[in-house]
Design a protein around this ligand. Structure first.
Ligand code: ASP
Length: 322
């Protein structure tokens, strides 16, 4: 089967539910989250802008509980949730990221509020949450349920054995100081007026150190949008940060590639420098080309556009969804 290399008709929305190994996953619920996100995001796009489309899609995935964002977020090394999110409007070139969020139910709404109501691009910690509350955002009790505690214990033993490849140094640290484990969500859209936007939200990855900030709230790494293209990434944040992955993918479009090839090239770059099982990316360009590429076993993704009758959903390699 071949990649789809025709542009779609706008509006267009493409979402992802994180790249990863998908070893034990409830596919039915995961797929239905992707479907709801892309359908609701598309509805928002039909009546509003690209920003409204991506916010609606990401918010749905934060609320569904089966993805590593919002109420489904994974636990850090100390067993609690710390979330990151970011958003960018390709028309105004305004962007905002929030990091280390523990109480606000929808970090993507907080990122949008920081973009709309402050002059900053990145805000972390307590004050960001207080501001969110003042602006009327809902809070949530992120105390972990039994299934998450079980998974935490299982991963913690693997960490002690040095079994988790991207956490080898942390494994040594934990063994030395006894007290001291991915599935992000994202959306990109091109609206009827040709405006592009990107949004990404995550709980990070299991057993990350408290205070660790990944790629997701960082403009150019976890998300990027300008007048040419909009991209959202997922994978091991440290590598994505070093690569500046979303900015890199958009630059490939600026250099003349369509979004489909730009996604493939960006992920080839990640594999060449950081190895397999490191990243995934979705991207839409101003002409309506879309791209979705990953070097992990799978990456949940879905899309909808004026050219489609119903959402296209894929998890593993499947060229019906680029
Ligand atoms: N990129 C996210 C992070 O490192 C994790 C993910 O995409 O699953 O925080």
């Amino acid at each position: 089967m071949k990649h789809h290399v025709q542009p779609f008709e706008k509006p267009i929305i493409l979402v992802h539910g994180g790249a990863g190994s998908f070893s034990r996953r409830n596919f039915k619920e995961y797929r239905s989250c992707l479907k709801d996100a892309v359908t609701n995001g598309y509805e928002a796009l039909l009546s509003g802008s690209a920003i409204e489309g991506v916010v609606e899609a990401v918010k749905m995935m934060e609320d569904c509980g089966h993805m590593n964002a919002g109420i489904g977020s994974v636990l850090n090394l100390h067993g609690y949730v710390e979330m990151d999110a970011g958003i960018m409007d390709g028309k105004t070139m305004r962007a905002a990221g929030v990091a280390l969020i523990r109480k606000i139910r929808n970090p993507i709404l907080l990122a949008k509020a920081i973009m709309d109501h402050t002059d900053h691009v990145l805000l972390a910690g307590d004050f960001a949450e207080k501001l969110g509350e003042k602006l009327g955002l809902e809070t949530y009790d992120f105390a972990p349920q039994e299934d998450k505690k079980r998974k935490y214990n299982e991963l913690y033993s693997r960490l002690l054995k040095g079994d988790i490849k991207h956490l080898r140094r942390i494994s040594e640290l934990v063994q030395k100081y006894k007290d001291i484990a991915y599935g992000t969500v994202g959306a990109v859209a091109l609206d009827r007026e040709g405006r592009l936007a990107a949004a990404t939200s995550t709980g990070g990855y299991w057993l990350k150190l408290p205070g660790r900030i990944g790629d997701t709230p960082i403009v150019g790494a976890g998300f990027y949008a300008n007048k040419n293209a909009a991209a959202s990434s997922t994978g091991i944040g440290e590598y994505i940060l070093i690569a500046g992955l979303c900015r890199k993918a958009v630059e490939f479009v600026e250099a003349g590639l369509n979004a489909t090839s730009a996604a493939v090239k960006s992920i080839e770059y990640m594999s060449a420098f950081f190895g397999e099982n490191t990243a995934g990316l979705i991207i839409v360009d101003f002409r309506g080309y879309v791209g979705a590429a990953f070097n992990t076993k799978g990456m949940g993704r879905a899309m909808l556009s004026k050219s489609h009758k119903e959402p296209v959903i894929a998890i593993f390699r499947d060229y019906s969804l680029v």
